[in-house]
Design a protein around this ligand. Structure first.
Ligand SMILES: NC(=O)c1ccc[n+]([C@@H]2O[C@H](COP(=O)([O-])OP(=O)(O)OC[C@H]3O[C@@H](n4cnc5c(N)ncnc54)[C@H](O)[C@@H]3O)[C@@H](O)[C@H]2O)c1
Length: 370
């Protein structure tokens, strides 16, 4: 078995490793036994991951002689709710897990966010390990300690910063992920190139086909580069008071579109981010900040990945621009009424702009709706 790639997140007392590689689920039992001797484990997962990947994890925990219980919730964004949070917390308590025991978040970003938040509040804070199984979770949500659930008022409005003790990103787990979900995660991969790493965007252009056909060496390198990038931002600004906000490139538009489609299967989070990144580049070009050829190039790359890139690509009717503007204003990146957007001067040159004129955004959205 090849050695996993290790990305260290040096956050002092809260430092942890991200391990990326093949067969990490098979070796998870031994790893957890060595790191947390004598502890018990509470696996939190969703129904789809439970059938696709959970047996690999439980076989490995059984082989290492570890004691664990499992809470499984339905899959999908609507699971990031107060009701499901309550179910998970009660499940952990019912299993008599103690404060020193460990929550294992096995799943995509929904499970990572939900289980991580449950860990942060159960018995005033339990440790947890992220075992991300979607591409999006492996390159983004499992790293950095943001956890939480959605409110009817908007996405991720209830939550906590709670860093995991370890992240185990098993590349093989991606084999059971649908092509659509893989592509949605890929949008977040592209984001790292667009934020501040033009070379990475070129690398992705070069290797896109091989990555999509499943070449593990390239998938592993890609995920490691994303985790390194995310780690850089988290170290610079753990609580997102500054530069970490660049990770939200495309997300203000994306979140508004997710809200407009009811957080449903009509538009996955990563798909909203893909459209949002094209809109953010197009808007920057309209303001005369960025070359418009870049928008076309990004759009072509995302399209080749099978991602939607325009408002018209979203199936069904969208609510009016007023609804989207309300959703944008509700986004937590709004400070004292001024719109904060991540804008760009071109591929790999994004920046935080805190004084975006809402009227300009409204006009741009009207124009894009055609
Ligand atoms: N905390 C953060 O920093 C952060 C960052 C980015 C995104 N997020 C959040 O992440 C969420 C999106 O994550 P996601 O795209 O992973 O969604 P998800 O967790 O809903 O997973 C997508 C789907 O794939 C299934 N799945 C996952 N792994 C699988 C596998 N290996 N085999 C088969 N099926 C599998 C899941 O059951 C689900 O149906 C959003 O809620 C978003 O807000 C959080």
């Amino acid at each position: 078995m090849a050695e996993p790639t290790r990305v260290h997140v040096p956050l002092g007392e809260r430092a942890y490793d991200i391990l990326i590689g093949d067969d990490l689920l098979e070796s998870a039992g031994d790893k957890l036994q060595a790191m947390f001797p004598g502890r018990r484990f509470g696996i939190v997962t969703d129904d789809e991951v439970a059938s696709a990947q959970l047996p690999r994890l439980t076989r490995s925990l059984d082989a290492a002689g570890l004691k664990y219980s499992t809470v499984s919730v339905p899959h999908g964004e609507s699971t990031k709710s107060i009701t499901r949070l309550n179910e998970v917390v009660e499940g952990l308590l019912e299993a008599r897990l103690e404060r020193g025991d460990i929550v294992l978040a096995l799943g995509g970003g929904v499970i990572g966010d939900l289980a991580g938040f449950a860990a942060s509040i159960t018995r005033r804070g339990m440790d947890f390990v992220q075992i991300p199984t979607s591409l999006l979770a492996q390159v983004d949500s499992s790293v950095g300690g943001k956890t939480g659930i959605n409110s009817p008022h908007g996405k991720n409005l209830i939550g906590a910063f709670h860093q995991p003790k370890l992240v185990l990103a098993d590349i093989g787990a991606l084999d059971t992920l649908s092509t659509r979900q893989f592509a949605a995660g890929y949008a977040e991969v592209v984001k790292y190139g667009l934020i501040d790493d033009e070379d990475f965007f070129f690398w992705l252009e070069q290797h896109q086909l091989a990555i999509f056909t499943g070449v593990r060496r390239l998938r592993s390198e890609m995920i490691a580069r994303c985790c390194e990038a995310k780690t850089r931002f988290v170290l610079a600004d753990e609580k997102e008071t500054g530069v970490r906000a660049l990770l939200n490139l495309g997300h203000t538009f994306g979140h508004a579109l997710e809200s407009a489609t009811g957080y449903s299967d009509r538009l996955l989070h990563g798909e909203g981010v893909a459209i949002g990144m094209v809109l953010a580049h197009g808007f920057s070009a309209k303001l005369g900040l960025a070359p418009s050829q870049d928008t076309g190039r990004i759009e072509a790359h995302l399209k080749r990945a099978g991602l939607p890139t325009r408002l018209a690509d979203i199936p069904g009717e969208l609510p009016g621009t007023g609804f989207l503007m309300d959703a944008i204003a509700q986004d937590k990146k709004v400070v004292r009424g001024a719109l904060t957007f991540i804008l760009t001067r071109g591929i790999g040159q994004s920046f935080i702009e805190k004084n975006v004129d809402p009227a300009a955004v409204r006009d741009y959205l009207d124009e894009m709706r055609g």
